[in-house]
Design a protein around this ligand. Structure first.
Ligand code: GAL
Length: 418
């Protein structure tokens, strides 16, 4: 090799070495999450790409199952064996439970540098902080009181979005008479509970929702209003198809997308599936608040809880936390995911009609005091209470249990779980 070639070869080698060192310096993040549907995976790619551009390697740890029950089981096993991931997707009260275990990182430095205290709403911070310390980075705000409808079916039958529960029933009847599945639903506990969020809100209004599902007031839980909630759950049950049992939520979304079913009652992550299938709001599908819940928002916020990791991983973890809260990322990610930004200072310009509505509704509800945590998605009560409620809601939905009996069981189960 002549001298020129040798110098060039050494140059290349050292550039490669420096590049490798940079990658190593930037490190890797291992992230546990349950975003495995088409729309969810697409949204998560926005975060993966963002980090990869910063030279951080993404080690994926997906655990399928909406609502995150299965993911939490895997997480417990990982932490118990002394090998926590860098970060784990988590909801509401679960974050607080992990905070109490003393295994999570303190993000106060990043939070201070990036001014999180002033750009994240108090309703979200209440879950992101434990004992005054930031332990989680909120990536979005979802809400559960939405209906996703097939526009072609609505147009064909001359339907417009109903505005109260009776109107909903009339619309479901029309869709049924025309030979479509009226309600696309997946029979899984968290999906039944997602319906329940909306039915409680439309039946009792925000004060009742607060009393029954957040304050866990026994009188509210045993009330005639709650009896009516279960009667209405029974009515909704009569509009699902025979194969609903165990169906994943995204397959229920696909029924609406494909024109087999008229509507799905689901959080706005469903929009991610419609978009992923190339569908457009107000052209192919409609989004509207569950009839009778306009002006209220039952929210949940996906957050990434950061675990205590060794020094070799701390820098990359910090970068992950920073990336999640960056305003450009919050817009780019939530446009795809179906949620709205967790930061209050992000423009709605890049969002479609449903996203713009979601952002405006969130603001309105926050101002009016009608922004309430979703029970189904861990933002109303701790996991033990939530699971006790799930059991009764699902047992009632899947049997001929009377509304009286369901009310009795619900009140008893909640008291027993506290
Ligand atoms: C929710 C979560 C959403 C969505 C959904 C279905 O609990 O907040 O981001 O992923 O589960 O998987």
């Amino acid at each position: 090799m002549n001298l020129k070639k040798l110098v060039a070869a050494v140059g290349c080698a050292s550039i490669a070495l420096i590049a490798a060192q940079n990658v190593q310096a930037a490190g890797k993040v291992e992230v546990l999450h349950w975003w495995t549907s088409g729309g969810e995976a697409k949204a998560l790619n926005v975060l993966k790409d963002d980090l990869q551009k910063k030279g951080i390697t993404w080690e994926d740890m997906p655990v399928a199952g909406g609502g995150g029950e299965a993911a939490m089981t895997v997480l417990r096993a990982r932490v118990a064996s002394g090998n926590p991931p860098t970060a784990a997707q988590m909801l509401g009260f679960d974050i607080q439970d992990w905070g109490a275990q003393g295994v999570v990182a303190n993000l106060n430095d990043v939070a201070k540098e990036e001014n999180w205290d002033n750009v994240i709403p108090a309703a979200i911070q209440r879950f992101s902080k434990y004992d005054g310390k930031w332990i989680a980075a909120p990536v979005n705000v979802h809400s559960t009181n939405w209906v996703w409808a097939n526009k072609k079916i609505f147009d064909e039958l001359g339907l417009t979005p109903p505005t109260d529960f009776d109107g909903m029933v009339k619309a479901l009847d029309k869709i049924k008479a025309a030979g479509y599945v009226p309600l696309a639903h997946g029979g899984q506990a968290w999906q039944d509970a997602t319906l329940f969020d909306s039915v409680v809100m439309t039946t009792g209004g925000p004060e009742f929702y607060q009393k029954a599902l957040i304050d866990l007031d026994q009188d509210a839980l045993k009330s005639d209003t709650m009896k009516q909630v279960f009667e209405r759950m029974r009515i909704l049950r009569s509009y699902v198809d025979d194969n609903f049992s165990g169906r994943d939520w995204n397959l229920a979304s696909a029924m609406v997308i494909d024109g087999k079913a008229g509507m799905q009652i689901m959080g706005d992550w469903a929009k991610g599936e419609f978009l992923n299938a190339g569908k457009k709001p107000n052209e192919d599908f409609l989004c509207f608040r569950f009839p009778g819940t306009q002006g209220t928002v039952t929210f949940n916020s996906d957050q990434f809880v950061m675990f205590k990791v060794g020094d070799d991983r701390a820098e990359a973890q910090k970068e992950l936390a920073k990336a999640i809260l960056s305003p450009t990322f919050q817009s780019a990610f939530n446009v795809v995911k179906g949620s709205v930004p967790a930061r209050t200072d992000v423009s709605d310009a890049a969002f479609d009609a449903c996203g713009k509505k979601g952002m405006a509704d969130l603001k309105e509800a926050a101002d009016k005091g009608t922004l309430l945590g979703s029970m189904a998605h861990g933002h109303a009560a701790p996991a033990a209470v939530k699971n006790a409620m799930y059991d009764v809601i699902t047992a009632h939905f899947n049997s001929d249990m009377s509304a009286e009996e369901a009310v009795k069981q619900l009140a008893g189960a909640v008291a027993g779980a506290q």
